[in-house]
Design a binder for this molecule. Structure first.
Ligand code: PLP
Length: 355
């Protein structure tokens, strides 16, 4: 089966070898306080910085999932209130988690077709943390880089945190425009689920230390303190970290990957714009994601597409939440090969809905 599911998604084929290496070299059984583990931790964070072009002053940490990052951020970086800006199901879910953990939250919910003017975010000024979803996996929208920089310059002192789960490692991110970035690895990193990368600016590290919240096993200050020793607060996903190290070491730098992602995106659009039975979910070209491409059609067509694709050995991503019946999502993630993309493009061109 060829998977275009936007997470869990296709894993790099080299992972088979890396898993075998981890077993044979004993990495799967090493102690997480050992020098061997500390070496893997250090190399993984260094490679992440190098290959993803993360600023030198930022800190790379590990968590188990993006969902865990939602909780860590509310627990450890917010005393009173966070302000959430979103247009889809993942941003909404983050807002819901934050509401359960923070004293107060506010939100600006915007239309997927229309990016808000940055001045509409003005009331975020009274909050301690602004929460953005860089790539909304449910509807295939992304926040443009210029918009992110504009927000940063409007709120120079506000901590800004960004869910980049389905874009980190697939496109260049404007790191300087925010303080907290995170992603789980089963999307653009092309790895099995069970690990997340959490990246902090110096201001975010300072805030975590200043608040000093230590009530949880995953309290951010404890994670930071341990990471200074290349260690973790608990027995981590050692295999996951090792696989991340190996894939990052073998990867091209993000500038190259970004270029490929965008070229492939244009290929997708070129074909989808021509088919009669379906169209792109998002019309506004300035807000379209390059890594998750949802298409829209009648529910009966969506159903037939999904079934026939499956018979041809292709797994398409189901629509998410309210868009389940009327959309399918195509992951445009780096681990997918050119040949696999061509297979799906041919399938889409040949498909005709029965009436
Ligand atoms: C997949 C996804 C999540 C959830 O990731 P988990 O690893 O399951 O916690 C959160 N946010 C976005 C934008 C996602 O795409």
């Amino acid at each position: 089966m060829i998977s275009f599911y936007p997470g869990p998604s296709k894993v790099y084929p080299e992972v088979t070898q890396y898993v075998a290496d981890a077993y044979q070299s004993g990495v799967v059984s090493i102690n997480h306080r050992s020098p061997e583990f500390m070496d893997i931790f250090r190399k993984t964070t260094e490679s992440a910085k190098e290959k993803l072009a993360v600023p030198e002053s930022y800190t790379v940490l590990f968590a188990s999932s993006a969902t865990e990052c939602w909780e860590i951020i509310s627990q450890s970086l917010v005393r009173d209130s966070s302000f959430h800006v979103y247009n889809g199901a993942f941003g909404e879910k983050w807002h819901r988690y934050a509401t359960q953990l923070s004293t107060s939250t506010n939100a600006l919910v915007f239309d997927p077709e229309e990016l808000p003017e940055t001045r509409e975010l003005e009331s975020a000024n009274t909050a301690e943390l602004l929460c953005l979803t860089h790539n909304e996996t449910s509807n295939g929208t992304a926040l443009p880089t210029e918009w992110m920089h504009e927000v940063r310059s409007l709120f120079p002192d506000l901590l800004i945190s960004v869910d980049a789960t389905s874009s980190m490692a697939g496109v260049i991110l404007p790191w300087d425009s925010a303080d907290i970035w995170y992603a789980s690895v089963q999307k653009c990193f092309g790895l099995p689920a069970g690990l997340a990368v959490l990246i902090l600016s110096p201001a975010a590290v300072d805030r975590a230390r200043e608040i000093g919240e230590k009530k949880h096993y995953n309290s951010l200050v404890s994670i930071i303190e341990q990471s200074d020793k290349f260690q973790t607060t608990h027995t981590p996903n050692v295999l996951g970290i090792y696989l991340l190290m190996r894939t990052l070491e073998a990867r091209e730098e993000i500038r190259k990957i970004d270029q490929t992602t965008r070229e492939r995106y244009r290929e997708w659009i070129g074909v989808i714009d021509e088919i009669a039975y379906a169209k792109l979910l998002i019309d506004n070209t300035s807000i379209r994601s390059n890594t998750v491409i949802p298409i829209k059609a009648y529910p009966s067509v969506i159903n037939q597409l999904r079934m026939e694709a499956k018979q041809s050995g292709i797994t398409l991503g189901n629509g998410y939440g309210a868009l389940k019946e009327t959309t399918l999502r195509i992951a445009n993630f780096p681990a997918i090969t050119e040949h696999e993309i061509q297979t799906l493009l041919d399938f889409l061109e040949d498909f005709s809905p029965s009436t």
